[in-house]
Design a binder for this molecule. Structure first.
Ligand SMILES: [Zn+2]
Ligand SMILES: [Zn+2]
Length: 242
């Protein structure tokens, strides 16, 4: 590392650290925190009515939203901190594709808050894995980064015991039904003893339809997990609101 780079890193870290610039728009802030006033005002917390099962936003509180009703459910409970919308979606992109790893630590703080708020008591945490190839390409798995930071805050140990053994079609363009088919056989528990008889919390960045978490949860239950919960940074509201 050249001296110039070392100096600029030093200044970035100690003088322009994350607490001093808005993590979304990078505008300078003076009163601490992660967001400037403008960005903070735009954040949508997932604090309204939710589906008690998957945790996605709905119009009126319900035990099972319309998409949860359609599927065999192995997941016991899902919760997310934010609604998937700007500026949180921008922040997720910055973490995943912009390599801003420190954002994982910010998300973990909110996840820990939700974890405590809903009394999600887990023996261990797992993260949604990527295929080895995909992880090599990106250089890291954002869900693992978030899980590690969450673990540091909560004391819940992370078990690296699931592998993604099959690349799946891009999920964003598929409906939940197709996603379930797409995901069948994509995940494998590599160490059953790590989850057998335990309460497990799955950590991930986004709940879109909940299909990924269902697929992982099914494998965890088959491996002997007694309870499986899902904790994500943001979730997409239920399509029809019910
Ligand atoms: Zn801002
Ligand atoms: Zn639901």
């Amino acid at each position: 590392m050249g001296l110039k780079k070392a100096l600029s890193d030093f200044f970035d870290k100690y003088f322009f650290n994350v607490k001093w610039r808005c993590v979304v728009c990078e505008k300078e802030i003076f009163d601490g925190g992660y967001f400037c006033k403008e960005c903070e005002d735009k954040i949508t917390f997932n604090a309204g009515a939710i589906c008690n099962h998957c945790g996605r936003s709905v119009l009126a509180p319900t035990e099972y939203c319309s998409s949860c009703k359609e599927f065999a459910l192995s997941l016991d409970m899902g919760r997310s901190a934010f609604i998937y919308d700007k500026p949180i979606s921008t922040l997720i992109m910055k973490l995943k594709y912009g390599g801003k790893k420190f954002i994982a630590g910010i998300f973990a703080e909110y996840l820990y808050y939700i974890y405590v708020k809903f009394g999600m008591c887990a023996d261990c945490a797992v993260f949604v894995p990527m295929t080895k190839r995909a992880e090599r390409k990106r250089g890291f798995n954002q869900s693992k980064l978030i899980a590690d930071k969450f673990s540091a805050l909560s004391g819940v140990p992370v078990c690296d015991c699931i592998a993604k053994v099959k690349e799946t079609e891009r999920q964003a363009t598929l409906g939940r039904n197709k996603r379930m088919i797409n995901l069948a056989g994509a995940y494998k528990v590599t160490d059953r003893s790590a989850v057998n008889g335990k309460s497990v919390v799955i950590i991930d960045d986004v709940t879109t339809t909940g299909a990924t978490a269902e697929a992982v949860s099914e494998k965890l239950k088959k491996a002997g997990a007694v309870k499986v919960m899902l904790l994500t940074v943001a979730s997409v509201p239920s399509e029809d609101g019910y």
